[in-house]
Design a protein around this ligand. Structure first.
Ligand code: NCD
Ligand code: ZN
Ligand code: ZN
Length: 407
C-alpha cells in the first residue's frame, strides 16, 4: 500500500488535510495512515486524475503526428490520467480488429485508454458486433479531419436508432464545415437538429466541442425536457476568439472554429454556474510543417491535452472558477457520463490522482511540449498551478518519470 501524506486531499467537495492510502484502488482516507511506501506531499493538493473525453491519438498511419507513447507522456505531464480516443484515425476505428489493435497499442502508454468506435455506411448494420469492444460511438455530421462524415438525414435516424440499442453513449460532431463565421452562426441550428434526434430515439447523446452561447442555452433547455444529453467545451474556446484566429491564422484553425468574445465570456460564466458538463481538449495534433502552409491549406485542429489541467488550475488561482467546479467538469462528470469507477477521491474507486502545486508558476514553451506535434497554441502563457506527480491505478509518476509499482 502507498500513502500520500502531508497534503490537502479533495474529498466530498472540499480540500481536507488527510492521508490517502491506495494500491490499484483507493483503500483508506484518514489520519496517520500506515503503508510500506509513503509519499510526502506537504504543501500540495491532491485531486482525482483528470479525464479527457476527447483526444485524437493518430496512432496507425498518422503516428508521425502523435502515437500512444507520446500522447501518454503528454497526458501524464499535465495531470491527465484517462483519455477517450477518437476514431478518425487513418484507417478509422470502424472494426473489431482495428479497435483491438488500437487498444493493444495503447498499452505502451501508462494512462487509462478508452476508445470511441467509428460509424460508417459500411459498418452501420454491424454496430452491435463492434459495441462490446468500444466505450462509446462517435458520429461526424460535419466535414473535419478524416473521412467519417455522414450527411444523409435518413441514415442519421437509422444511426440514432441502432446506437441507442447498443446502450452506448453517442458522441456527435454536430457542427457543419465551411466558412468559419457561418459555422459559428449555425452551431445552434445544427445542435438542435441532433437534440431532436436524441429526443426521438431516447439516445444517450454527448455533444462535442460546443462553442456558442446559443448552442449551450439550447442544450440546457433540452435537458429540462428530459433529453439524455451531455456536452463539452474545450480550453481553446475559453482562451481564444475569432479575433485571435485573425491574428494567428492556421495555428488557431480548428473545427468548429473559434467564436466571438461574447461567446467566450459566456462559456466562462456558464462554467462557473455549473451549466457545462465537461471540459475536454479535442487534442488534435498536426505537425508544425502541416500548420505552416497558410490558413486555407492547413489541417484543422490544435493540441491541448497536456495543458488542460494547468490552464484550469491557473483559472482557479485567478478566481475564475472554483476548485470544486474544476473537479466536476474534468473528473466527476466525465466519469459519471461514461460509467467509469473514477473521477473522485473515494474509497473503492480507481487510484487515479494528480498532486498539484498550486503555487508553482511556469511559462509554456515549445521546448517543453510533450506531444509529438511539437507545438502548443498556449506557448508564451504563464500559468500558476502545475501537477508535480500523478498516480494511475496506483502506480505513481513524477511527471514523465515512472515510480515503483505499489504491488
Ligand atoms: C479534429 C482532428 O484533427 O482530428 N480536428 C479539429 O479541428 N477539431 C477533428 C474534430 O474533432 O473534428
Ligand atoms: Zn469534431
Ligand atoms: Zn476532435
Amino acid at each position: 500500500m502507498t500513502v500520500i501524506t502531508g497534503a490537502e486531499i479533495f474529498v466530498d467537495g472540499e480540500l481536507r488535510k488527510l492521508d490517502v492510502a491506495f494500491d490499484e484502488k483507493i483503500r483508506t482516507i484518514g489520519r496517520n495512515l500506515e503503508g510500506e511506501e509513503r509519499l510526502d506531499c506537504s504543501g500540495k493538493i491532491v485531486l482525482p486524475g483528470v479525464i479527457d473525453v476527447h483526444v485524437h491519438v493518430r496512432d496507425f498511419e498518422q503516428s508521425y503526428k502523435e502515437d500512444w507513447a507520446s500522447l501518454g507522456r503528454a497526458a501524464l505531464s499535465g495531470g491527465v490520467t484517462t483519455v477517450f480516443a477518437m476514431p478518425n484515425t487513418q484507417p478509422p476505428l470502424d472494426s473489431v480488429a482495428r479497435v483491438r489493435d488500437y487498444r493493444r497499442r495503447a498499452q505502451v502508454s501508462s494512462i487509462n485508454a478508452y476508445v470511441y468506435g467509428a460509424i460508417t455506411r459500411e459498418n452501420l448494420r454491424s454496430l452491435d458486433e463492434l459495441a462490446p469492444h468500444v466505450d462509446a460511438f462517435k458520429l461526424y455530421l460535419g466535414e473535419t479531419t478524416g473521412q467519417l462524415v455522414i450527411s444523409d438525414k435518413k441514415l442519421h435516424r437509422e444511426i440514432f436508432k441502432i446506437v441507442t440499442e447498443t446502450e452506448k453513449v453517442l458522441a456527435v460532431h454536430a457542427q457543419r464545415g465551411g466558412d468559419p463565421d457561418e459555422v459559428t452562426r449555425y452551431e445552434h441550428d445544427d445542435i438542435c437538429y441532433v437534440l431532436d434526434l436524441a429526443a426521438a430515439f431516447d439516445t444517450k447523446l454527448h455533444l462535442v466541442h460546443v462553442t456558442t452561447r446559443r448552442a449551450v442555452e439550447a442544450i440546457v433547455e433540452a435537458k429540462k425536457s428530459k433529453i439524455d444529453v451531455s456536452f463539452e467545451t474545450c480550453p481553446h474556446y475559453l482562451f481564444f476568439t475569432a479575433q485571435d484566429r485573425e491574428e494567428r491564422g492556421a495555428w488557431l484553425k480548428m473545427n468548429p472554429p473559434l467564436a466571438t468574445e461574447e461567446d467566450r465570456e459566456f462559456l466562462w460564466w456558464a462554467l462557473g454556474e455549473g451549466l457545462i458538463d465537461i471540459v475536454a481538449t479535442d487534442h488534435a495534433p498536426h505537425t508544425i510543417e502541416e500548420k505552416s502552409v497558410g490558413y486555407e491549406r492547413a489541417p484543422a485542429g490544435v493540441p491541448g491535452v497536456e495543458f488542460l489541467p494547468p490552464l484550469l488550475f491557473d483559472a482557479v488561482n485567478a478566481g475564475r472558477i472554483s476548485l470544486a467546479r474544476l473537479v466536476e467538469v474534468c473528473c466527476r462528470n466525465p466519469a459519471k457520463r461514461f460509467g467509469l469507477p473514477k473521477g473522485e477521491i473515494a474509497i473503492g474507486l480507481d487510484a487515479d490522482l494528480v498532486v498539484v502545486d498550486l503555487d508553482s508558476k511556469k511559462t509554456i514553451t515549445r521546448e517543453a511540449v510533450q506531444s509529438k506535434c511539437g507545438w502548443s497554441p498556449y506557448e508564451g502563457m504563464t500559468l500558476r498551478g502545475w501537477p508535480v506527480m500523478v498516480v494511475v491505478r496506483g502506480k505513481w509518476y513524477y511527471p514523465l518519470t515512472p515510480g515503483p509499482s505499489p504491488s
